[in-house]
Design a protein around this ligand. Structure first.
Ligand code: NAX
Length: 324
């Protein structure tokens, strides 16, 4: 059995944390033979609640869990971490718009970026807390000693939502749907692009009505988070946790030929300005991701990609004072 890896989860007593930690502990994320030491971070007032989570983890008796630590100190939580899930932050409530969310959550990622820089080196960071692209940008800016390739943001939930919707419409298991590319921001402008996607081995563009693909499909995927809040009275939690597991599992264990959507720091691919954290088509191998280059983007796609560049540049400008 390999040596245990250290996995940190922030916001560990929250809703996503409650679903995520169990999947990590069970081996769904890092593989069925990989032991883990769980390092759970919460803000001080929530430590008693986190204690309850720890009790339940102990009670679940996961053979792969070789240690559980709970703390309110990010430097302790991230010490020698191999993987970090930055979940802790406020979810959007019904009355909040995106700029409220940026203002409420951005500062958290200054301190956590600094703590990562201090405490971790060869670490894979997945930012889930919203607005996740911009929070990832902030954390990365405060961790100059960690390569920016190690900082990613989660748009896998959007890809999974798109796959789920295409599968439902075709009446086929989602395993038969591949390669929707989510471009841009995990926000309303996000673009689930089906140009290279297949369902049951056939191109999506040949299998569905073009009007539906550019209309209801796009609107439903990009508005799904809000629809879940309206229905549940709380933001997506289990599906977010599951998508975080998918993102980190593929990064750690490899995606094979599948295209996976990841928010990554742009190096100028597809005309996306360098340094923006932008969701792009990726493949992963040996613990590293690579952008799938050379896909021919049509005119509609170019317009959508630009909309996301504009949105992310605006978000970046709004947090300029947090970027150091
Ligand atoms: P909860 O409010 O249930 O849990 C968040 C937890 O974070 C709380 O327990 C809180 O005490 C803790 N926290 C706050 N500040 C912290 C800090 N500085 N350090 C450590 N912990 C801290 O929210 P939950 O439903 O778990 O959502 C968490 C975040 O994920 C939100 O920002 C939410 O918007 C975001 N989401 C991101 C998604 C994505 O696809 N990227 C989708 C789902 C979700 O909306």
């Amino acid at each position: 059995m390999p040596a245990p890896i250290r996995v940190a989860v922030t916001g560990a007593a929250g809703n996503i944390g409650y679903a995520l930690i169990w999947r990590i502990a069970s081996g769904s994320c890092f593989g069925p033979d990989q032991p883990v030491i769980l390092s759970l971070l919460e803000i001080t007032p929530v430590l008693p609640r986190l204690e309850g989570t720890v009790m339940e983890l102990v009670d679940s008796a996961f053979p792969l869990v070789h240690g559980i630590e709970a703390t309110d100190d990010a430097n302790v939580a991230f010490h020698n971490a191999d993987a970090v899930f930055l979940v802790g932050s406020r979810p959007r409530s019904k009355d909040m718009d995106r700029s409220d969310l940026v203002a409420a959550n951005g500062p958290i990622f200054v301190g956590q970026g600094q703590a990562l820089n201090h405490a971790a080196r060869d670490v894979k960071v997945l930012t889930v807390g919203n607005p996740c692209n911009t929070n990832c940008l902030i954390a990365n800016a405060h961790a100059p000693d960690i390569p920016s390739t190690q900082f990613t943001a989660m748009t896998r939930l959007d890809q999974n939502r798109a796959h789920g919707m295409l599968a439902e419409k075709a009446g086929t298991p989602v395993a038969n749907v591949h390669d929707v590319v989510v471009w841009g921001n995990h926000g309303p402008t996000m673009y689930p692009d089906v140009t290279w996607a297949t369902v049951n081995g056939k191109k999506v563009s040949e299998s569905y009505d073009a009007g539906w693909l550019r209309g209801e499909f796009l609107d439903t995927v990009s508005d799904r988070g809000r629809a879940v809040i309206a229905a549940r009275g709380a933001s997506s939690a289990a599906s977010a946790a599951s998508s975080a597991v998918d993102h980190m599992r593929d990064w750690h264990l490899g995606s094979g030929e599948r295209i996976v959507s990841m928010g990554v720091v742009s190096q100028g691919q597809y005309g996306i300005p360098e340094g923006l954290v932008y969701s792009m088509p990726c493949r992963t191998k040996n613990g590293r991701w690579e952008v799938v280059e050379g896909l021919q983007v049509d005119e509609f796609g170019r317009k959508k990609i630009q909309e996301n560049i504009d949105a992310l540049q605006q978000e970046r400008a709004a947090v300029a004072d947090l970027l150091g």
